[in-house]
Design a protein around this ligand. Sequence first.
Ligand SMILES: *Cc1c(COP(=O)(O)O)cnc(C)c1O
Length: 340
Amino acid sequence: MGANLDWGNLGFAYVRTPYRYVSDFKDGKWDEGRLTGEDKIVMSECAGVLQYAQTCFEGLKAYTTADGKIVTFRPDLNAERMENSAKRLEMPVFPKERFLEAVDKVVAANRDYVPPYGSGATLYIRPFMFGSSEVIGVKPAKEYQFRMFCTPVGPYFKEGVRPIVIRVSDFDRAAPRGTGHIKAGLNYAMSLHAIVDAHNNGFEENMYLDPATRTYVEETGGANFIFITKDGKLVTPLSDSILPSITRRSICYVAEHYLGLKVEHRKVKFEEVKDFAECGLCGTAAVISPVGIINDHGKEIKLPSGMKKMGEITKKLYDTLTGIQMGKIEAPEGWIREIK
Ligand SMILES: *Cc1c(COP(=O)(O)O)cnc(C)c1O
């Protein structure tokens, strides 16, 4: 049993697994879909995705729990979010029930690539959809492909949890009333220059501020912010141009219902950030990555939790949520979907 990979030393890179799920949209409807071993896509050079970036995606994980079950975490929310992304990009919706079925099929077919419990590694699942038919005048494609592959990824914190240094970006991630709230490839294309530039300057991530006034905190290129106040409240930024992270929404629930914390989802002024006790980035990949320093054009905001470890409350949130995911703490109804 098992693909016999060196689970603990896997990075976050594509490893081809045997099966992926494909369904094509043609003549106004989705075909019945299939698992395939074919990892290459052949399409017109004039496909909508290649010319006008008509594509959206999702990201979720499958992993082995303490009692040996293979599960996914809240995949229904990924299905719903992808529905919203598709609508905003004038793409057909891939039905939620079929999305969930595809997750089950892809994970089950690649069962050997689901890392064992305790390895810290997981099976990353990448659903995506793109316009596959020819488009030269600007308009939505007529044909689409929905595809879902998976790839095993290593533990996010290989050498233990380490707070990161981020900077306030001079670039914008999303426009007001634009596409920041959907998981579109185009948002990432826009952010590539900003992240390469951040890395070249020694920063791990960009903190984006609201593009209209540059006074409120938005998010990073691929993770939402959580803040802890000095009196122990959880604060998460509210904005129409933030991608609604499933991890962040789960953390807010855990904070309130498991840890009894006060939770505020509201606009957060950048000016306030210096008064917070802890800061973290949340997303499927790391669950929570603690932030130690935020560099604002040479001026450093040092979070009191420091550069050695996760803040105390951040750690509790992290331990509780990962405990729920790994089956060590009872999950709220409907959060865990077992793959048979
Ligand atoms: C995917 C994504 C996140 C994290 O969302 P999760 O559902 O928690 O993985 C945050 N911000 C952006 C811009 C994203 O694309």
